[in-house]
Design a protein around this ligand. Structure first.
Ligand code: ADP
Ligand code: MG
Length: 357
C-alpha cells in the first residue's frame, strides 16, 4: 500500500544552519498492518508521519501510495485526495472549538466528500456511537475531557473513510486516567482491519496491538520487526536499551530530618506519570522500613523504579559499605506478606533490599 524509499528531510533554519531530521527512511507498509513507531524524542517520528501526509513535505526520496509517487505533482488537489486516504490524529486533538461534536465529525464529509448533510449526520452519529460518545453529539468540545476530545478526533478522522490513519502520540497530552479509554478505541480499530501507524510511548500497548514495530533512532528506522523481535530479541543494543528502559525516582536519605513530604509528593507524581496505582502502598512501605526496620541505617539511598515493558514496580533501599542485609527476621516477616517479592542482595558498593510491589 505504501512504499517509502530513501526519504529524507532537512530543515534550513533562518540563521543559515540546517538540521537533517530524516536521513534515509525505507519501509513498506501493507494494507491492514498496525505499526507502532517507537523511539527517543527528537528522532523524527512526527516528521515522518507529517511527511507521509504531506503536512511537512520531505526534501528527498519517494513515497509511493497505491502505485503513485505522492511527491510528484503534489498540487492542492492531489494533497487533498491523499489526506482523505490518510487521516491523522494529533496529540493535541485539534478539534474545531466553535462547532459541536457532531458538527466536528460531519464537517469534512460534507465539505470535502460532498456527502449530503443527512447522510453525514447519520454516519457521524454511528461513529460517535462507536467511540462511546453519541450522548455528547450536541455539546461543544470545551465541555469534554481530554480523553473524550481525542475520541471525537478519532471519529472525525474515520468519517472521511480513510484507508489509513496516522496517530501522533494520541495519548501523550492526556491525564493518565484517560489514556485507557483512548487506547481501547484504537485497539478496537486495530481489529477492524484499518491500516494504522501509531507513534506512541505506551510500550505495552504497542506490543499488544501492533503487527510490526519500527524503532526510530537518529533519523532512520533503526530496527523493524514483529513485537516479539523488537521487545524480546532486539538485534541492536540501542533498541534493547530503549525498550528495556526503566524509569527511576531517587532520594538520598542522610539523616532523620529528611523531608518525607517531598518523598510522598515525588512518589505520587511518579505514579501519576506512569499510571501506577501503587503510590500509597509504596509510601506506607517506605515509612515502615525507614522508621522501623532501618531506623538506624543512615545514610541510605531510596529508589522507586518502574520497568515500562514488564510493568514491574519496585522500591529499593540501598546502603553502602554493608555486606549483609539490614533486615531482621521480624522485619522480613512483616514485609513479605505486603509485597510480591522481597529481594536481599549484595551490590558492588554495599547491600540492597528490593521490594517488588
Ligand atoms: P519526534 O517526533 O521523534 O520527537 P520530531 O519529528 O518532532 O521528533 O523532530 C525531530 C527534530 O526535528 C527535532 O530536533 C526538532 O527540533 C526538529 N524539527 C521539527 N520540526 C522542525 C521545524 N519546523 N523546523 C526546524 N526543526 C524542526
Ligand atoms: Mg513527536
Amino acid at each position: 500500500m505504501i512504499t517509502v524509499s530513501h526519504l529524507s528531510k532537512t530543515y534550513h533554519n533562518a540563521d543559515g544552519s540546517s538540521l537533517t531530521v530524516l536521513k534515509d527512511i525505507n519501509c513498506e507498509i501493507q494494507r491492514g498492518e498496525v505499526i507502532s513507531i517507537i523511539g527517543p524524542s527528537g528522532t523524527g517520528k512526527s516528521t515522518f508521519l507529517r511527511a507521509l501526509n504531506l503536512l511537512d513535505p520531505p526534501t528527498g526520496g519517494s513515497i509511493i501510495v497505491d502505485g503513485e509517487d505522492i511527491l510528484v505533482n503534489a498540487n492542492a488537489n492531489a494533497i487533498a485526495k491523499l489526506r482523505q486516504k490518510m487521516g491523522m490524529v494529533f496529540q493535541s486533538f485539534n478539534l474545531f472549538e466553535h462547532m459541536t461534536v457532531l458538527e466536528n465529525v460531519m464537517y469534512a464529509p460534507v465539505k470535502i466528500r460532498k456527502e449530503s448533510k443527512e447522510q453525514a449526520r447519520e454516519e457521524a452519529l454511528a461513529l460517535l456511537k462507536k467511540v462511546g460518545l453519541v450522548e455528547k453529539a450536541d455539546v461543544y468540545p470545551s465541555s469534554l475531557s481530554g480523553g473524550q476530545k481525542q475520541r471525537v478526533a478519532i471519529a472525525r478522522a474515520l468519517a472521511m473513510h480513510p484507508e489509513a490513519i496516522l496517530f501522533d502520540e494520541p495519548t501523550s497530552a492526556l491525564d493518565p486516567t484517560m489514556v485507557g479509554e483512548v487506547l481501547s478505541v484504537i485497539r478496537q480499530l486495530a481489529k477492524s482491519g484499518l491500516t494504522m501507524l501509531i507513534v506512541t510511548h505506551e510500550m505495552r500497548f504497542a506490543r499488544d496491538v501492533s503487527t510490526r514495530i519500527f524503532f526510530m533512532n537518529e533519523g532512520i528506522i533503526y530496527e523493524d520487526g514483529t513485537p516479539e523481535q523488537i521487545f524480546d530479541h532486539p538485534v541492536h543494543s540501542a533498541t534493547k536499551a530503549f525498550v528495556n528502559r526503566i524509569q527511576k525516582l531517587v532520594f538520598e536519605i542522610d539523616s532523620d530530618d529528611f523531608d518525607y513530604l517531598q518523598i510522598h509528593t515525588g512518589i505520587n507524581q511518579f505514579c501519576l506519570k506512569y499510571n501506577l496505582t501503587q503510590g500509597e502502598h509504596a509510601y506506607a512501605l517506605i515509612k515502615e522500613v525507614l522508621f522501623t526496620h532501618m531506623l538506624t541505617i543512615r545514610p541510605l539511598t531510596l529508589r522507586m523504579t518502574h520497568a515500562e515493558l514488564s510493568g514491574v514496580t519496585a522500591v529499593d533501599f540501598m546502603v553502602e559499605n554493608m555486606d549483609h542485609s539490614p533486615l531482621s527476621d521480624a522485619a522480613r516477616a512483616s514485609l513479605r506478606p505486603q509485597v510480591k517479592d522481597l529481594i536481599e542482595e549484595p551490590t558492588t558498593r554495599g547491600f540492597r533490599v528490593k521490594l517488588i510491589i
